[in-house]
Write a protein that binds this ligand. Structure first.
Ligand code: 2IT
Length: 447
């Protein structure tokens, strides 16, 4: 493959879509040598084919707010690749959602899902609907209208959405109810469902748990341990919550979390059940501010308008949104002697940040490897739905742990460089690519 030509072509074909171009460039740069060592991939034009989503659905979502005013939002579902299983990926409700956001996330999802070892293709969807300040009735009416259109394109064997930013158990419930009403089917068409109606134990915790299991692999590879390590994370939502829970359980010392309004530093540690549970409470208000944490807990200090990455730490984990850690943030972390940086949000770091961290020899994990525990557990929910049974929390957790270990192994297998440095970005991209690419070759010129 001609790397520069493909990057240029992608830019020309997807103008005004910087996120998609960023995600593609990172993958192409890291798989290029591997692809060129295996001529079959060029022969079947696999890379070119992966750069075009199989389908993009874009639709109007009209709903009525509490004042009786009509509101119009945009809905999306990008079905990127179905080679190894039904399309699978979350729904994001956030004002920043555009076709660009959806395309980059769906592209990433294909590689991530491939890494999980489970049979899931890649997709992503969502809306520019902003849940902030909306009443429960407004959220329900929006979800019902959104699903009225989306249901035409999804199904338990075709495309199985789940949650993402702005979509949690409540929204999945509203959307599932509407799907059931329209189709008359109680099937595994969404994951992240409530426990009483087809959900899986551990799914809410899974992204954060999985990320910490992956981090343990990174530590282990350096003969290091998590116990007592000073950690900081961005965000305070579902992913940050699961991460905080597992860090506390394993004896790490989490001292900072953040929101769009600033960050919280708590030198006594954010590790008691009361503090971690309060993250959920804050999140449930949908006001998207972390400041009240410092009003509730005397040991916590709030730093308004500041980014959490200025806090000295050994481990930093992005748990909020794409490109939240940039080159300057990376330099600050490095100057403060950070040892491990884990992207838990999808593409949490800018390309500059990744380059700085890798240049400094910092152990760095990309989101598609480190956060794959969420979708992996969605895959386990699909299995339980298909078999009409439910596993215990211990069974799900054990499978999740096994999957994260196998993702780590695969990253090492394809990412270890001659000097011993583990390039997790390269390892994840190559390992994710192989399975999808080989499946596409086996299935003929279909997509
Ligand atoms: O980015 C992600 O992997 C998710 N939001 C979870 C997707 C899923 O289908 O569980």
């Amino acid at each position: 493959m001609d790397l520069q030509k493909l990057i240029k072509q992608t830019e020309e074909k997807n103008p005004g879509q910087p996120l998609y171009n960023q995600a593609v460039r990172e993958v192409l740069e890291t798989i290029c040598d591997f692809v060129n060592e295996h001529p079959k991939y060029d022969q079947y034009k696999i890379v070119e084919r992966l750069l075009e989503p199989e389908r993009i659905v874009k639709f109007k979502v009209t709903w009525v707010d509490d004042k009786g005013e009509i509101q119009v939002n945009r809905g999306y579902r990008v079905q990127h690749n179905m080679a190894i299983g039904p399309y699978k990926g979350g729904l994001r409700f956030h004002p920043t959602v555009t076709e660009d956001t959806m395309k980059f996330l769906a592209f990433e999802q294909t590689f991530k899902n491939s890494l999980t070892t489970l049979p899931m293709g890649g997709g992503k969807g969502g809306s520019d609907f902003d849940p902030k300040g909306k009443s429960e009735g407004e959220v329900m009416r929006f979800c019902q209208s959104f699903m009225t259109e989306l249901q035409k394109y999804i199904g338990p064997d075709t495309d199985v959405p789940a949650g993402d930013i702005g979509v949690g158990g409540r929204e999945i419930g509203f959307m599932y109810g509407q799907y059931k009403r329209l189709r008359g089917e109680h099937v595994g068409v969404l994951t992240g469902k409530g426990l009483e109606w087809g959900g899986s134990l551990i799914r809410p915790e899974a992204t954060g748990y999985g990320a910490v299991y992956f981090l343990e692999g990174m530590l282990d590879a350096k003969k290091d341990t998590l116990k007592g390590k000073r950690c900081i994370i961005s965000g305070f939502g579902n992913v940050a919550w699961g991460t905080a829970l597992k860090l506390a359980e394993l004896g790490a010392n989490l001292v900072a979390i953040s929101g769009p309004d600033g960050y919280i530093l708590d030198e006594e540690g954010i590790s008691t059940p009361e503090k971690i549970e309060y993250m959920n409470e804050l999140n449930a208000t949908r006001n998207n501010v972390v400041a009240p944490f410092a009003e509730k807990f005397a040991s916590a200090k709030f730093f308004p308008g500041k980014k959490v990455w200025e806090v000295p730490c050994e481990i930093a984990m992005t748990c909020a949104i794409q490109n939240e850690l940039n080159g300057d943030d990376a330099k600050k972390l490095i100057a403060n002697n950070v040892k491990y940086v884990v992207e838990v949000s999808n593409m949490g770091c800018t390309a500059d940040a990744v380059a700085e961290l890798q240049k400094a020899g910092i152990s760095f994990a990309p989101g598609k490897a480190a956060n794959a525990g969420g979708v992996a557990t969605s895959g386990l929910e699909m299995t339980q739905n298909a078999a009409h049974l439910g596993w215990t929390a211990a069974e799900v957790d054990q499978k999740l742990h096994g999957i994260m270990n196998s993702i780590h192994e695969n990253c090492v297998k394809y990412g270890k460089e001659a000097n011993g440095y583990i390039n997790y970005v390269k390892g994840a991209n190559i390992a994710g690519f192989i399975k999808v690419a080989d499946a596409m070759i086996a299935q003929g010129i279909a997509y």
